[in-house]
Design a protein around this ligand. Sequence first.
Ligand code: SF4
Length: 472
Amino acid sequence: MAATPKSFFDAAGAAIADTELHRKLESASARHLDHFAHVRAEFAPYEAERDAARQIKQDAISRLDELLIELTTNLEKRGCKVFFAETAEQARDYIVDLARRIEAKRIVKGKSMTTEEIELNPALTAAGMEVVETDLGEYIVQLRGEGPSHIITPAIHLSKEDIGHLFEDKLAFPYTDEPEKLTLAARDKLREIFLSADLGITGANFAIAETGTIVVVENEGNGRLSSTLPDTFVAVMGIEKVIPRMTDVSHFLEILARTATGQKLTTYTSFITGPRRDGELDGPREMHVVILDHGRSSMLADPVLREALNCIRCGACLNVCPVYRRIGGHAYQSTYPGPIGSIVSPNLFGSAAGYLPFASTLCGACRDVCPVKIDIPRILLHLRWKETEANRPLKWPGPLGRARSGARRFARMARHPRTMRFFSKLGAFMLRPFARAGWIRRMPAPFSNWTRLRDFPRPRPRRRARPARDDG
Ligand code: SF4
């Protein structure tokens, strides 16, 4: 990951100036939140399900080692091959080697942020294979040669007109902005690809230790087709996706679809327990499960950070985040954008993403909406503290950098009351000529940036505190 505070700042600045992007983000986020409010209001046990899901996750994370052993044993009993990958590279190599061994030419993928995280597509393409994303949003961004900009709705930054032009350009489909026609065009294209694929790859929303079952939740049926049509299937999951029992799943299904897409339930929920058995008519003949660490163990070892492993990747925290809604996902320059991305990215991608915990207003909307009640602002503050402790002062570029160094100088001055009083009086005196009707509309440099967007109240002479009057 080559992102830096400067490249983030530049990308965020460009996104802030892009009013069309705001329109698309605002309308999509507002639609999500509207649907969510509706399905939440009509489902009385929502809070109880939230608590149950949080408790299950906390329990699972507290005995991850034990559950992963149980999961592995049961997956192997069902005929799956299990591979533990400590790093992204190990996971990539395992899948590329497998694809080579079965002489895969065409690979279909269901939506999977974990495979985005390990940069699987470029590795398979470099090995000479054709990789096709089959989730509609992922397919669209793949045609554009870019990554997803949201963990649930990858093409949230595009309008139906953008997609109409894209299909005209890349698929030679006559221009239309009718979503139904565009969806049918993609579906026609993808059907023939599914039928000729040698290898299918998906992520996993949950992995049930008790039964060795991989659960894939989606809306388009592409996850089910990717996991059943090709002869070989690979599920890629982070170590935190394991949950203890089959009966736990329903608690997550009750909250996941509601917060992710504002649905009561997603259209497809696949429970995959091993490859095709003798006498069965469909399903893959070979099934692999790649279980990825890639920095998650270090999150587990940190008592504050480990709470982030409860995340079920619903994307709701992105929809409510004032920063995400302003700059969109690509500006974060990380696989995982938004509030949860700002937490996991520095752990998955190293100190290069150390700037992300600072990309937050800490307003707390993410904590309120999170279905498993992750205290995101607290973790962001913890990461900021860690970044500072590591003695890696971030060099913020441009006005933000100047504001930070100004704030540092102010903090030094504020420690000395006499100096503070002197400069306050001096400042009030010098600014007086700029004031009109109690407000300063334009301050001189170096404070002019402040009044570019807002007025500044005229500094008033400080009144001495008067003793309280005794009226009694
Ligand atoms: S942190 Fe919470 S709201 Fe954000 S994606 Fe994860 S589960 Fe959803």
